[in-house]
Design a protein around this ligand. Structure first.
Ligand code: PMP
Length: 430
């Protein structure tokens, strides 16, 4: 950094604004999958702005689409007028969702998308009781902080909804870790039934779940879990909301939406982040009966603005034109097999799907979460020119989520750095 930007940041921004790294980065330039900081150092990006930069940086097609919109003179006026690009993108997402008769409401962030889904579900079901998964993250608004089960990010004591948490999110440190997949699914279903019967009056509005927990440490449930859980929900008429803010748009490789691994059609899905590749966008797609249930007049000043709409349309075109979903499978398998081959005692588990890979770090040879190993890994990888993320309940999980355009050579480059940095981290810890 060229000046005292960090001190100024701390003086004027709230204390809970998290920053990564002992010496936080100021990013001044980005191209493809590489970003350059204010000291002139360039890094390969394996975190993509927490999975926001889905297709990399400085993508000509996005720049062109946004510039063309700016040339009309209309950055935005209001969603009280007809916006062609909003209708077209909504039609496209409704079709992609696989939800029959789907409607779409656009927001500017993932938090606002989940807040809207909560509002709709509670309104539709006339109940403010909600179920969420343990260790979940759903956002930073009043409603979504309340349904965030990861205690480091939640403040549910002041909740506007009555929330109960169920198993099905973070398995590695749950009492069910050593169960087979099918026994784990049975245990989660039993827990759900138990919570419904003991802690609720039954008329719960919805269960909201991330198909793969993001902030929670890229924790991957067995395929089919949510189908089994939804059968219970259906018996009560409870809505199922899939939070696809991190798992959508093909990132998991085998499916376009993370929830499709469970053979489930949700009542609503929420999305954000990667759809905009850096532009502010979020939204809810869901059954028309649910989306239409809000009785009052409403709108969003910026949700559905034409700049985000044309940019997001260009992102979706790019993902399908370049078959990035298939690339996520190929590069994901390359990274997963490379990481699984590493015999390093700080690695407790390597998990994930497509380009959403978590590495659970433990104190060497134990299952105790190693926060110090994760902190060290961030510095070791940065020093070698690679940016990764961390997360998980204890902050001990490495999060690897490069842009979906990652090449084979870049995957290998990142892998080599990760392996090297793991060895250095292990050496430093022992
Ligand atoms: N849901 C999930 C699964 C997320 O990972 C996030 C952001 N990390 C959000 C919701 C909130 O999105 P935003 O930060 O855009 O409000």
């Amino acid at each position: 950094m060229t000046d005292d930007l960090l001190a100024r940041h701390q003086a004027v921004l709230p204390s809970w604004m998290s920053l990564l790294y002992e010496e936080p980065l100021e990013i001044v330039h980005a191209q493809d999958r590489r970003i350059t900081d204010s000291n002139g150092r360039t890094y390969l990006d394996f975190f993509a702005g927490v999975l926001t930069n889905s297709i990399g940086y400085d993508v000509a097609e996005i720049g062109d689409a946004v510039r063309k919109q700016l040339d009309t003179g209309v950055l935005h006026t209001s969603t009280l007028y007809l916006i062609r690009s909003q209708v077209e993108l909504a039609e496209r997402i409704a079709k992609l969702s696989g939800i029959p008769d789907a409607k779409v409401f656009f927001t500017s962030t993932g938090s606002e998308a989940n807040d809207t889904a909560l509002m709709l579900a509670t309104q539709y079901r006339r109940s403010n009781q909600v179920l969420a998964l343990r260790n979940s993250y759903h956002g930073r608004s009043f409603g979504t902080v309340a349904i965030t089960g990861n205690r480091g990010w939640s403040a549910s004591a002041l909740s506007p909804v009555k929330v109960n948490y169920v198993h099905g999110g973070y398995r590695y440190r749950s009492p069910f870790r050593d169960l087979s997949d099918s026994a784990y699914i049975d245990a989660c279903v039993a827990d759900l039934v138990d919570v419904l019967q003991i802690a609720t009056s039954g008329d719960v509005a919805c269960l909201i779940a991330e198909p793969i927990q993001g902030v929670g440490g890229f924790s991957l449930p067995p395929d089919g879990l949510f189908k089994a859980m939804k059968e219970v929900l259906d018996a009560y008429g409870i809505l199922f909301v899939s939070d696809e803010v991190q798992t959508g748009w093909g990132r998991t490789g085998e499916h376009f939406w993370g929830i499709q691994a469970h053979d489930v059609v949700p009542d609503m899905m929420t999305f954000a982040k990667g759809l905009g590749n850096g532009l502010a966008i979020g939204g809810v797609v869901g059954r028309a009966a649910v989306l239409d249930c809000f009785q009052a007049q409403s709108f969003s000043t910026f949700g559905g603005n034409p700049v985000s709409m044309v940019g997001a349309t260009a992102v979706l075109d790019y993902i399908s034109d370049h078959d990035l979903q298939a690339n996520c499978t190929a590069r994901g398998n390359q990274l997963l097999s490379g990481l699984r081959a590493v015999a390093n005692p700080v690695v407790g588990e390597v998990r994930g799907k497509g380009l959403m890979i978590g590495v659970e770090l433990v104190e060497p040879g134990t299952t105790t979460p190693s926060v110090r190993a994760a902190a060290r890994m961030l510095e070791e990888t940065r020093n070698r020119g690679l940016l990764i993320g961390k997360g998980g309940l204890h902050g001990n999980v490495l999060r690897i989520g490069p842009p979906m355009t990652l090449t084979e050579a870049e995957a290998q480059e990142g892998l080599d750095i990760l392996v090297d940095a793991l060895a250095a981290t292990h050496a430093a810890l022992t």
